[in-house]
Design a protein around this ligand. Structure first.
Ligand SMILES: Nc1ncnc2c1ncn2[C@@H]1O[C@H](COP(=O)(O)OP(=O)(O)OP(=O)(O)O)[C@@H](O)[C@H]1O
Ligand SMILES: [Mg+2]
Length: 251
C-alpha cells in the first residue's frame, strides 16, 4: 500500500511540480499514473521511493513513513526509473549480484530469481557482457530484473513498458497482474492509453502538478460521458479535440 498525504514539491523555490497531492494505492491493485509531459509524474514517483524529499506532506509505504524510516520502507520497494543505468563498466551479472548484496538477498534465492527472470526476459545470453554494450531495451530489462530481485511488496515503475519488445512487454504486464493478484501493489506511469485501459484497476490523472482524477475508467466514463480513455484524457488535461483534429488533417 502507498499513501501520499498533502504532498507538495517545489523545485528551487519556484517550480511547483506537485501540489497538495493526496492518494492511496491499495494492496491488490495496479494503479496507472497518467499525465502530459512535465505534469509531475516522475517527481511524484521519486518522492514515493525516497529519492526526493517532499517540500510538504508525507509518503508512507505499507504505513511506514519513507522519510522517517528510509531503510525499512525502501526494502519493500522495487523501483524502475525512467532513465537508463549508469554503471556502464559492470557486466550485467555483476550489477545484479551487487543489487542482491545491497538488498541482502540470500545466495540460493538470488541464483534462482536471477535465473528465472533472465529466462523470462531473454537476457541470459548477454548477462556476462558489459552494460555499455547493451541496447536501450536490454538496459531496461536489466533494471527491471534488478528491481524485482528482492521480491518487493510494492512495485513502482516509471514508464516501464515503452522500449521493451512485444514479448517482454507481455511478460511484464503478466507479472504486474500476478503481483497485484497476490495482494501486493503496483504503481506505474505511462503515456500509453491502451495499456492503462487494459491493465489498470484504477488510474490517476495529473496535470501541472495537480491530481485531476482518481478512480476506475468506468467511473470516469460515467462522470464525463463515453469515449476512449485517450479522448477523456485529452479532454481532462485541457486539449481542444476539434482543434487537434483540424491540425492533424492539415499535416
Ligand atoms: N530537477 C528539477 N529541477 C527543477 N525543475 C524540475 C526538476 N525535475 C523536474 N522539474 C520540473 O517539474 C515539473 C514536473 O516534471 P516531471 O519530471 O515530474 O514530469 P513528468 O510528468 O514525469 O513528465 P514526462 O511525461 O515528460 O516524464 C516540470 O515542470 C519540470 O520542468
Ligand atoms: Mg517523467
Amino acid at each position: 500500500m502507498i499513501t501520499l498525504e498533502n504532498v507538495t514539491k517545489i523545485y528551487s523555490g519556484t517550480t511547483r511540480a506537485v501540489e497538495n497531492l493526496t492518494l492511496t494505492v491499495e494492496n491488490g491493485e495496479i494503479f496507472g499514473f497518467l499525465g502530459p509531459n512535465g505534469a509531475g509524474k516522475t517527481t511524484t514517483i521519486k518522492m514515493i521511493v525516497g529519492l526526493l524529499k517532499p517540500t510538504e506532506g508525507t509518503v508512507k509505504i505499507n504505513d511506514i513513513d519513507i522519510n522517517l524510516y528510509p531503510e525499512k520502507a525502501k526494502k519493500m520497494i522495487g523501483y524502475v526509473a525512467d532513465e537508463p543505468l549508469v554503471m556502464e563498466k559492470l557486466r550485467g551479472i555483476d550489477y545484479l549480484k551487487f543489487i542482491a548484496d545491497v538488498f541482502e538477498v540470500p545466495y540460493e534465492l538470488r541464483t534462482k530469481r536471477i535465473g528465472e527472470l533472465l529466462e523470462s526476459f531473454k537476457l541470459t545470453s548477454s548477462i556476462t557482457d558489459p552494460i555499455s554494450t547493451y541496447s536501450h531495451g536490454m538496459r531496461q530489462k536489466l533494471t527491471l530484473i534488478a528491481a524485482l530481485l528482492h521480491e518487493p511488496d510494492v512495485w513502482i515503475l516509471d514508464e516501464p513498458i515503452i522500449g521493451l519488445d512485444p514479448e517482454s512487454a507481455y511478460i511484464l504486464k503478466k507479472l504486474m497482474r500476478k503481483h497485484a493478484d497476490s495482494g501486493k501493489t503496483v504503481f506505474f506511469s505511462t503515456h500509453v492509453m491502451e495499456i492503462a485501459e487494459k491493465l489498470c484497476d484504477r488510474i490517476g490523472i495529473i496535470n501541472r502538478g495537480k491530481l485531476l482524477y482518481v478512480g476506475t475508467l468506468d467511473e470516469l466514463k460515467k462522470l464525463k460521458g463515453s469515449g476512449s480513455l485517450e479522448e477523456l484524457f485529452l479532454e481532462l488535461t485541457g486539449s481542444n479535440l476539434p482543434q487537434l483534429e483540424a491540425l492533424s488533417r492539415e499535416l
